[in-house]
Design a protein around this ligand. Structure first.
Ligand code: PRP
Length: 217
């Protein structure tokens, strides 16, 4: 049985659809209920819905053999896991954003509000810029509007949240997408099962990306 940690929410649903499409279906997961664990013994797979930021914790500690997590979460928490492949979904970018009229004059310590303190610290340290991190847990866009921070470091997908709050992206720190990750011990002892699943998922995602590119052209 392969234990799979899926991120709760829209991304997790897309991920499950991919797993289902390559033969690891678990019909019970589509039933309306509040269950968090679903298994299909015939397919040898068990799914858990967990908070997106917790996926690497389950995988690192071996409660899940594999899981799907955003590159943002992997960069922030640096879990000791294997990153197996890029699913090419959940695409967005980690950005510095601020008010349209804000320019960093370098005159004083920059106040940065974020859910991703490590990514923000590493970025500004690579620029040798002194910052003061203000760690928030959501609705980060409010911070510069209320004067709590000068800028934010946050995920931008469509850019709508920034736009509707009169903010703009200033710099892109890193491109983000969903990654299939594996527990290191599971990867050794369930290698055949994990490699087979990963191979199918990877192939499916590549074909789909190619198809999307052709449709765009
Ligand atoms: C994320 C992110 C931005 C928003 C970006 O927030 O933190 O606020 O999505 O998306 P957009 O560019 O398409 O507008 P999330 O929905 O995860 O909620 P949060 O405020 O709790 O972080």
């Amino acid at each position: 049985m392969i234990n799979v940690a899926l991120p709760k929410g829209r991304l997790g649903e897309k991920v499950y659809q991919i797993f289902e499409a390559v033969g690891y279906e678990c019909p019970a997961i589509r039933e309306e209920n509040r269950k968090l664990i679903f298994e299909n013994p015939q397919r040898g797979v068990r799914y858990f819905w967990v908070k997106p930021a917790d996926v690497p914790i389950y995988v690192e500690r071996g409660a899940a053999d594999i899981g799907v997590a955003g590159k943002d979460i992997l960069l922030e928490y640096r879990p000791d896991i294997y990153e197996l492949c890029d699913l090419g979904i959940g695409r967005c970018r980690m950005c510095v954003a601020g008010k349209k009229d804000f320019y960093d004059t370098m005159g004083r310590t920059l106040r940065v509000a974020t859910k991703f303190p490590r990514i923000a610290k590493e970025y500004y340290s690579s620029l040798s810029r002194n910052i003061d991190i203000i760690k928030l847990n959501g609705s980060i866009e409010i911070a510069p509007i209320l004067g709590l921070s000068d800028v934010i470091v946050d995920l931008v997908e469509t850019g709508k949240t920034l736009l509707e709050n009169d903010l703009e992206p200033k710099e892109t720190i890193v491109e983000v997408s969903a990654r299939l990750i594996a527990n290191k011990v599971s990867y050794k002892f369930k290698n055949q099962e994990i490699t087979a699943l990963c191979g199918q998922v990877d192939q499916f995602c590549r074909l789909r990306a190619e198809q999307e590119r052709r449709e765009m052209a």
